[in-house]
Design a protein around this ligand. Structure first.
Ligand code: ZN
Length: 208
């Protein structure tokens, strides 16, 4: 099996899922920024959104290769759990940034929404990460996204072909924080290919 099985996946639903993830994050940011809700509400909203959003993203990434939620291994479930925990570690910093620029102090909502986009990008990263488990042995090619400018890591990865497990092993995942661009505005993707594998290993990302 060298191709994903998109016929099992409703791509319209995927668009909706990431849109609702964005809406949930913005809702949390706006609630805290406006003063309508307090920090603890914000924290809970973020926790819930990440838990639900990442789980959904993981299921989608697996479903693209025919793996059902009930078929996820312990290794995959642990990896998902660890992604959720890592992301929740950043909630406080976001909350402090929102409070520092809240409405009462004359701060604008738009820059905070722009910052939230980095969190939205994590949805696609988690979906791809999930696929690296579900399709571990399959070769995938790195496709540069449609953004006008690309960071040096993405540019180096462009067109390279590796098995999914290899991309993951060296931390080369589109939208990941470890990329030079920290994944911000990265629209790169990994797609299945029968092209010959690139010799050697991918270089590690340089954004840490
Ligand atoms: Zn990129």
């Amino acid at each position: 099996m060298c191709q994903p099985v998109p016929f099992e996946v409703d791509f319209g639903m995927i668009v909706k899922a990431i849109e609702s993830y964005r809406a949930n994050l913005r809702n949390a940011v706006r609630g805290l920024w406006s003063g309508d809700f307090d920090y603890f509400w914000f924290y809970d909203q973020m926790m819930l959104s990440i838990e639900r959003g990442f789980t959904q993203a993981w299921y989608e990434g697996a479903a693209m290769y025919g793996v059902k939620p009930s078929e996820l291994t312990d290794e995959e479930r642990n990896a998902l759990r660890s992604e959720i925990i890592k992301e929740t570690n950043f909630i406080d910093a976001l909350g402090q940034a929102v409070l520092a620029k809240n409405r009462a102090s004359g701060g604008k909502l738009e820059p905070l929404y722009a910052r939230a986009e980095l969190w939205v990008a994590a949805y696609n990263r988690v979906r791809t990460l999930s696929s690296t488990y579900a399709a571990a042995d399959q070769k995938h090619v790195w496709n540069l996204g449609r953004a006008k400018e690309h960071c040096r890591d993405c540019a180096r990865y462009n067109g390279k072909v590796h098995r999914m497990s290899v991309w993951r092993k060296y931390g080369a995942i589109p939208q990941s924080y470890e990329l030079y661009c920290h994944g911000y505005k990265c629209t790169c993707s990994l797609s299945p290919t029968n092209a010959p594998a690139t010799p050697g290993r991918p270089p590690s990302p340089t954004g840490k």
